[in-house]
Design a protein around this ligand. Structure first.
Ligand code: SF4
Length: 526
């Protein structure tokens, strides 16, 4: 095995003397212009490590969700409904949340770091009157993790006020920001979404709607947006349709949401998706639609089906996520079946695929790993000396079920491999499993994402530089197999109108990005 492989994977300590932009960005995320380690060699307790937001917590070896947006027009309890919608979309972002409402004349905003249920007390919701509201759950894919980056972003400009909530990532945000700053724009946050606010304010369009279209024509990347004005709600989806966005209706009020699970919670009826490139305007006159932005191809994020979206949601033309995940498991069993006694999912995301695998293979399914749901996403291990407890804090094997058995363990993806390695070890040593066969319901993740998902750099993705067998050896599984890319594509609606981005699996990026992102694709820091 190459030497760099061992260094890369056996330690969570990265060389912080690096001056690369990527590294600096990481340092900035923790709010300190310092390396990740103190003079005594200890990692800052609040510093973002290469493992994401949770220092020393190796249980988060996953691509990270993006953001969730919600909007409603024409409901007497608009803010309360938005609160519920955000609650249903909590899986799309847990760093912070905000709601902005309007009573037709004035706009009101409340936002904080934390989870929706903790932020929005009855008292805070009462401060959000009106019949229109938008809301946002944030997970930072661009910009640092701080209150100033929590959305919606509310701003005043020559035509009044506007608030914006964004799911996605603008790949040319750096260049746009630079030219806006050259023209005198002053930014309040480091979020790429604020660029769109400034572009709208600077746009020369005749009216507000023209301004939004003109502004968004300059933007490259993924955006599912809800925009609030004093008396109307807008929803816009980028022309590639990377992130989902749907329209619903409840009690005559129009609702916009990232996923249909947010409609279900408020008893809203799903009407249709906001189409790629479409701008929807909802005001006193009802709902109007414009084909605002055009692209030759579409690029729905295929990873939404594998991991990001909630299983009960219907996305990208009404496809149920749970059904797709189960069919991924079925196909995985066809492609790489193995003699075994029990199918065990890595909870929770591996469950539907494991059910499908069990259906297809005829092997029994059981919860041989139990997840502790109360560890919390902000869990921080107090000392490096107990780092090896990382996975155990979240998952524990059920010895009675798995002892002496040959297991097929189903997970949705392997990112760095660190968690898989610990799971295999735990199943053998604590659970007494006889054999552990890992099956992954997606192809190997070989490239980072630039369209709104927080992914590690290419060098941290184990599959970017190692064969399946090398990964198997590293995680110490008896066998390892991934779903094929052809198999994955065959299971999603793939007519002419349904094209998908699968760049993190096949390196085919549908939306070009400027050079600043290339660093993330390098193997080593310079
Ligand atoms: S690169 Fe992967 S995660 Fe990103 S949009 Fe494409 S499929 Fe989704």
């Amino acid at each position: 095995m190459p030497q760099y492989f061992m260094v890369q994977l056996s330690s969570s300590i990265y060389n912080c003397s690096s001056t690369s932009t990527v590294h600096k960005k990481r340092e900035n995320k923790c709010g300190r212009a310092k390396p990740h380690f103190t003079k005594t060699g200890k990692q800052h307790s609040r510093c973002i490590s290469p493992y994401g937001l949770y220092p020393h917590n190796l249980t988060n070896d996953k691509f990270r969700e993006e953001c969730g947006v919600f909007g409603i027009f024409g409901h007497p309890e608009a803010a309360n409904m938005t609160y519920l919608g955000l609650h249903a979309l909590q899986h799309r972002g847990q760093e912070g949340a905000g709601i902005c409402s309007s009573d037709g004349r004035q706009m009101f905003i409340e936002k904080s770091m934390g989870l929706v249920a903790d932020i929005f007390t009855e008292k805070r919701l009462k401060k959000l009157p009106g019949y229109i509201a938008i809301g946002h759950n944030r997970y930072s894919t661009a910009g640092s993790s701080s209150l100033k980056n929590v959305q919606p972003i509310l701003a005043n400009f020559s035509l009044g006020s506007l608030a914006i909530a964004h799911n996605g990532n603008i790949v040319n945000a750096g260049d746009l920001r630079e030219s806006l700053e050259d023209e005198g724009a002053i930014f309040q946050s480091t979020s790429d979404s604020e660029v769109m606010v400034h572009l709208i304010a600077h746009s020369k369009g005749e009216n507000f709607h023209d301004r939004v279209i003109q502004a968004l024509k300059e933007v490259n990347g993924a955006f599912s947006l809800v925009i609030l004005r004093e008396n109307e709600l807008l929803a816009v989806r980028d022309p590639y349709g990377v992130r989902p966005l749907c329209i619903g209706q409840v009690d005559g009020a129009f609702v916009i949401a990232s996923e249909t699970c947010a409609l279900d919670l408020i008893d809203a009826q799903y009407i249709r998706d906001v189409e790629p490139g479409e701008m929807v305007i909802v005001n006193e006159k009802g709902l109007t639609s414009y084909r605002a932005l055009v692209s030759e191809k579409k690029a729905f994020c295929i990873f939404e089906f594998i991991y990001f979206a909630r299983p009960d949601s219907y996305i990208f033309g009404g496809q149920n996520v749970n059904e797709i995940r189960k069919s991924l498991g079925r196909l995985l069993a066809q492609e790489s079946g193995v003699e075994a006694d029990l199918i065990v999912p890595v909870p929770d995301s591996g469950v539907p695929a494991a059910l499908g695998y069990s259906d297809e293979s005829g092997l029994p399914f059981d919860f041989g790993l139990i997840r502790n749901h109360y560890v919390g996403r902000t869990f921080i291990e107090p000392k490096q000396s107990i780092r090896h407890f990382g996975v155990k804090l979240k998952l524990n094997p059920v010895k009675k079920l798995i002892e002496g058995k040959r297991l097929v363990v189903i997970d949705d993806s392997i990112v760095r491999g660190t968690t898989s390695k610990k799971i295999v070890k735990m199943l053998r040593e604590t659970g007494g499993a006889k054999e552990v066969h890992m099956r992954i319901s997606s192809p190997p993740t070989v490239m980072p994402c630039f369209y709104g998902i927080d992914t590690p750099t290419r060098q941290e993705l184990i599959a970017s530089s190692h064969s399946v067998d090398e990964i198997r050896k590293y995680i110490t599984a008896d066998s390892l197999a991934y779903l094929s890319i052809e198999g994955l594509r065959s299971l999603v609606k793939n007519a002419d109108d349904y094209d998908y981005c699968s760049a993190c699996f096949d390196n085919e990026y549908p939306i070009s990005f400027p050079g600043e992102h290339l660093e993330q694709m390098e193997f080593f820091f310079t």
